[in-house]
Design a protein around this ligand. Structure first.
Ligand SMILES: [Fe+2]
Ligand SMILES: [Fe+2]
Length: 474
């Protein structure tokens, strides 16, 4: 399963033996590079970055670190090894051999799943393209670029599936993935959260913590797919995704640590005073958290969804940890609780489990996301500061599904429009908050220096020191 870097397109799928596919991907490659040039990290074509590159899909030691100019990064096609005699593990085809080709009757649904996942990858690169100009350190700049090149590779992963298994319409979808643009009103990215701007580094860390984690849950569900090439592709993507969430979790943790240092050194807890010393007050961090959490909640889709039921019953998209769950893996008779607004309060009602699969995945995600927030609270506790961050109620600030029709506060109370308007600035970042955070975003690129609003990391990347020269400007 070693990756062939002698090829024009590095791969471990023996691309050389399939000339038609190789030609199609070699035709797409310059278009991808053009997109990278137009929409990738701004003004970086000559910058050398200490990046990791996948050299094998073996879980141990797949990474190689060296200085790379991003346009020369070796984007390629890497699948996790196949499992001998793998089966479809859920839905109506449970027990049948996993599909090595697209099952004809599910073709359009499968293509839709792949395109929707694929669309998020270039979208996040577009959202983050200006951040390099305001990086808080070389270490953080390197991490941003690592995330960016890997999101680019995730696009390759989905485009490979489209080109290899879907013929002409797959090629058309591959082109369209390079044509949509995050936030473009005429040709936006498919999912809402991927059209929101990522204007500052607090947003970036929140995005990589919360929204890349949605990516993890979607990829885990697709890694259960009965369509084996999709499962194998997603399994390898997950190994890269872990670093993105690390960047988010450790990034926020360092912001919190710095804020707490300012609070305890100066014995202050007034947000205005904390801000005047150039740190981000904890209530502002909470409001950013509320925003990114709620926008990510919507990515899981409607609480009750017939599409989700179809994707599952037809064996295309499983549950998180499908094969570890002990039940019939058919779900035709099971039920699952979802929320509804009834008589002015949120009520839990039972829905058919098949239709509630988005809600189930959302709940799995929340448990995981909330545990990291508790780790942030440990940092606050350790500093002796009396404040706790928390994830808002899952119904807060929803824009998708029936809950979007109600105003729901972070505690899960249904509130009137007047109450919402009166309090929204306590719950979500205001223009003033965003302007304050933006005002901190100066560019720090001196070796070993960190912006005032963020603590240095406990350790560097690949056992390097925090003051290592992670990026070289040429
Ligand atoms: Fe990704
Ligand atoms: Fe990611």
């Amino acid at each position: 399963m070693n990756i062939d870097y002698a090829e024009k397109i590095p791969n471990n799928v023996d691309l050389a033996s399939n000339k038609t596919l190789q030609r199609a991907l070699e035709h797409w490659q310059p278009e991808f590079l053009q997109w990278w040039d137009d929409m990738g990290p701004e003004g970086t074509s000559r910058t050398e970055i200490y990046l990791r590159t996948a050299v094998s899909v073996d879980p141990k030691g797949w990474a190689h670190f060296d200085y790379v100019r991003m346009p020369e990064y070796r984007w390629g096609i890497f699948l996790a090894p196949g499992e001998a005699e793998r089966k479809v593990n859920f839905g109506a085809h449970k027990g049948e051999p996993a599909w090595q080709e697209v099952p004809g009757e599910y073709r359009s649904n499968l293509r839709r799943l792949i395109v929707t996942q694929g669309d998020t990858e270039p979208a996040s690169v577009e959202q983050q393209r200006h951040l390099g100009l305001t990086c808080p350190s070389l270490y953080d700049l390197r991490n941003l670029f690592q995330v960016n090149v890997e999101e680019g590779r995730h696009l390759w992963a989905m485009v490979y599936l489209l080109q290899a298994y879907f013929g002409r319409d797959g090629r058309e979808e591959a082109e369209a993935l390079l044509e949509r643009r995050s936030g473009d009103p005429d040709n936006p990215r498919i999912l809402g959260a991927f059209n929101e701007p990522t204007p500052d580094w607090l947003s970036f860390f929140m995005f990589t913590y919360f929204t890349d984690r949605d990516g993890k849950y979607q990829l885990c569900s697709l890694a259960e797919s009965g369509f084996d090439p999709l499962a194998r592709t997603c399994r390898f993507m997950l190994t890269e995704e872990a670093h993105h969430m690390f960047v988010g979790e450790s990034g926020i943790s360092r912001v919190i640590q710095r804020t707490c240092e300012v609070m305890t050194t100066h014995k202050i807890d007034d947000p205005a005073k904390i801000r005047s010393l150039g740190a981000i007050d904890l209530p502002t961090i909470q409001r950013y958290l509320n925003f990114h959490f709620s926008v990510t909640m919507d990515l899981f889709g409607a609480d009750v969804s017939s599409n989700a039921a179809t994707f599952y019953s037809t064996g295309l998209k499983g549950r998180f940890d499908e094969t570890k769950i002990e039940d019939d893996h058919l779900l035709t008779t099971a039920s699952y609780p979802v929320l509804e607004v009834r008589d002015g309060i949120l009520a839990s009602v039972q829905a058919p489990a098949l239709n509630a699969l988005n809600e189930k995945l959302r709940d799995d995600y929340i448990r995981d996301a909330a545990s990291g927030v508790e780790r942030w609270n440990k940092v606050i506790e350790k500093a002796g500061v009396a404040f706790r961050l928390r994830v808002p109620h899952k119904a807060f600030h929803r824009r998708i599904g029936p809950l979007a029709a109600a105003n729901i506060d972070p505690e899960g109370n249904v509130v009137s429009t007047e109450q919402w308007t009166a309090n929204v600035e306590r719950w979500l970042p205001s223009d003033t908050d965003r302007a304050f955070v933006a005002s901190l975003m100066g560019r720090v690129v001196e070796r070993g220096k960190f912006a005032n609003w963020i603590a240095p990391p406990a350790r560097g990347i690949n056992n390097q020191a925090a003051d290592f020269e992670y990026v070289r400007f040429n």
